[in-house]
Design a protein around this ligand. Structure first.
Ligand code: ADP
Ligand code: ASP
Ligand code: MG
Length: 465
């Protein structure tokens, strides 16, 4: 059972989440927790302030984080002695934080490792607090630091989980659960084989849950969050979005890759490997069934099930009539991006071979253009390539659904709807799986485009999924 940031964001929420755990004690749950909502951001902000030499602002941020936890402790543990014990439990963490931030302030730099260590405190603070609260509800529980169970490589850009080692270490958790003790594990964080603190990436506690759930071969993995389930669109963009009763692993993987924040993109892999169903549940509406994610696809298919979007991107294009018949351009484009450690989210090549377009994060846009101009300097001088440029502030919108396969007219319907709403499409790509159709639009068009598509595919109708 993984509880996200909102689900442990305050006193009421912690109480609600703990009582949900208490109610299923007989089923030997293992709990994974995210930091209190907003704490990871606050920690990383404090780190950035330390780098800038803004020590006072840094301390204000740390103080905010500390008072949120203090308040939670004082309200959750009415017995003064108990509250003091929990404060004492967290004291070494505040001390360690102090040292780490002092270090960053002195060095005025934050490496990936430092950033990960700073980010780790949110989960490390909430886990002992929550564990003690379970004790106060008479639920035996033990705090587990995920750095002792989830082991990964030390690559700065690409964290690889050592599943064999992790599986071995997770046996301890199954044994604990069998003995009637609830392990409460920090989400997000992990360790390299030689004990360096790392994280699995922003929003990755969902992934922590399936890594642990897959390792112990759980009967079900539950992601407890602040919405009723996976929906036909982000409810913040489309108020009429509906909850999907069931979706397949492939659909869930695709929609999370294309921006459905409700699941971290890597979440599905460990669960699918072990054929374990994932259920998305609402902490604040626990009797609602939520969304079941499993291998099978429901028979009653709609072509498109969800509309998702990713913002904060740049569209980089390499263009030139002289590119026709030029061998190896695509290869060189991608060698260049990979040499510069730039992640490419989406690619398209015109069939006329006159252009190659790639979508990268906005932060990488400028360096991608520079690196490509260096790589193709010769071709640009010879006018075989006319232009290498980027458009900033674009977004990918994706339509996802297994039922899209073989159903003609999905693209036409989408493009007609966007055209009628005067949304300009900058680029189109269709996954070879035909499970998704994705395109790039200006970021400012996203809310309108998502609503137009949601309407065009009648996703507000009942019995979706
Ligand atoms: P948690 O802190 O529990 O991990 P997140 O904020 O990471 O929660 O994810 C839940 C949020 O994801 C929801 O509040 C919702 O705004 C957003 N979201 C985006 N797309 C979808 C979608 N298709 N279905 C459900 N929620 C979505
Ligand atoms: N606390 C981490 C983050 O904010 C992990 C998570 O919430 O899933 O990125
Ligand atoms: Mg999340």
């Amino acid at each position: 059972m993984k509880f996200g940031g909102t689900s442990v964001g305050g006193v009421q929420q912690i109480d609600t989440a703990a009582r949900i755990v208490q109610s299923v004690r007989a089923e030997q749950p293992i709990v994974i927790l995210s930091a209190m909502g907003g704490v990871t951001d606050a920690l990383l902000n404090a780190g950035a302030l330390a780098v800038q030499g803004r020590t006072h602002d840094r301390d204000d941020k740390i103080w905010e984080i500390r008072s949120r936890h203090d308040r939670a402790i004082n309200e959750l543990f009415k017995d003064r002695r108990e509250a003091a014990e929990v404060q004492e439990l967290l004291r070494p963490l505040w001390e360690e934080m102090q040292k780490v931030f002092t270090g960053v302030s002195l060095l005025r730099e934050m490496s990936t490792r430092s950033r990960d260590l700073i980010g780790s405190f949110g989960e490390r603070l909430i886990v002992p607090l929550f564990t003690r609260y379970l004790h106060s509800l008479n639920v035996p529980a033990e705090a587990i630091d995920a750095r002792t169970v989830i082991i990964t490589s030390d690559d700065a850009d690409f964290m690889l989980v050592d599943f064999d080692e992790t599986r071995k270490r997770c046996e301890r958790l199954s044994n604990m659960a069998k003995d009637g003790v609830v392990p409460v594990v920090t989400g997000f964080i992990c360790s390299t084989p030689d004990g360096v603190t790392r994280t699995l990436g922003r929003g990755s506690s969902d992934y922590s849950a399936t890594i642990v759930g897959g390792s112990v071969k759980a009967s079900e993995i539950q992601i407890w969050t602040d919405v009723d389930g996976v929906m036909t669109a982000d409810p913040r963009l489309v108020p009429g979005a509906r909850v999907l009763e069931r979706i397949s692993y492939r659909e869930a993987a695709e929609m999370s890759y294309f921006g459905a924040k409700v699941l971290h993109p890597k979440t599905i892999i460990p669960a699918a490997d072990e054929n374990i169903p994932i259920r998305i549940k609402n902490t604040f509406n626990p009797s609602f069934q939520g969304t079941l994610i499993s291998p099978e696809t429901p028979v009653d298919q709609r072509s498109v099930k969800t509309v998702t979007s990713i913002t904060g991107l740049s569209l980089v294009s390499v263009e030139g009539r002289g590119m026709i018949g030029m061998v190896g351009v695509a290869g060189r484009v991608f060698t260049t991006t990979s040499d510069n450690r730039i992640t490419v989210l989406m690619i398209s090549q015109g069939s006329s071979e006159q252009h190659i377009s790639l979508v990268v994060s906005k932060a990488d846009g400028e360096s991608a253009v520079k690196a490509l101009k260096r790589e193709f300097q010769h071709e640009m001088e010879k006018r075989r390539i006319d232009e290498i440029s980027s458009v900033e502030d674009v977004s990918i919108i994706a339509l996802v659904g297994e039922g899209m396969k073989g159903i003609p007219g999905v693209a036409a319907r989408a493009f007609n709807a966007l055209e009628a709403g005067s949304v300009n499409i900058l680029m189109i790509a269709q996954g070879s799986s035909e499970l998704n159709l994705s395109f790039v639009v200006q970021q400012s068009d996203v809310p309108r485009a998502v609503r137009l598509l949601h309407d065009a595919f009648e996703l507000h109708r009942a019995n979706v999924g």
